[in-house]
Design a protein around this ligand. Structure first.
Ligand code: HEC
Length: 147
């Protein structure tokens, strides 16, 4: 596992905190693809993943409220649409034995790659702030160059 810490300024942090307060379970996806992805997410993923920071119901998987601001997928892969699709299609190959392997969609193969791409478009829209804060952007650029 490869946890990274991104140091952000106080101002960026405050921005993020404010943004997190605005995340909502009723978020409406913007692009058509993301809207279809959101529907798929509601069917196959919402039981284990919340998409709002205020969710306090007991959930199994990580809260994805600001997933669009992340630098890593499952703390292993560099953040990209491709990495998200790979994770959705075959999480076992990325992290054997992880807690998502019991997901029903993996048992009945109800999610195809084109669905996973739509879900990825949706997840990438989930952000605390419209743009990732500057430090996160720089971090992603450096990671992309070094890998
Ligand atoms: C049975 C519960 C369950 C279901 C259903 C489920 N997940 Fe997960 N998911 C998990 C768990 C647990 C993890 C944490 C795995 C780990 O990193 O060890 C996870 C991790 C993730 C991550 C990585 C999160 C991060 O912090 O980087 C993403 C993205 C994700 N899931 C997306 C989805 C999508 C999309 C679906 C539906 C197609 C889905 N999950 C369905 C339990 C679930």
């Amino acid at each position: 596992m490869d946890f990274k810490v991104v140091v952000v300024s106080q101002e960026e942090y405050d921005q993020w905190i404010e943004g997190m307060k605005n995340t909502s379970p009723e978020y409406t996806a913007e692009s058509t693809s993301a809207q279809e992805g959101q529907e798929l997410f509601q069917n196959s993923c919402i039981n284990c993943h919340a998409i709002d920071a205020s969710a306090n119901n007991p959930i199994v998987g990580p809260n994805l409220a600001d997933f669009g601001d992340r630098t890593k997928v499952a703390a292993i892969k560099n953040y990209s649409k491709e990495a998200i699709v790979d994770w959705i299609m075959d999480p076992a190959s990325i992290k054997p034995g992880n807690g998502m392997l019991g997901a029903p969609y993996l048992q009945d193969n109800s999610i195809q790659e084109e669905d996973a791409e739509k879900i990825a478009d949706f997840l990438m829209e989930l952000k605390a702030t419209d743009e990732p804060v500057e430090s996160v952007k720089k971090f992603r650029e450096n990671e992309a160059e070094n890998n």
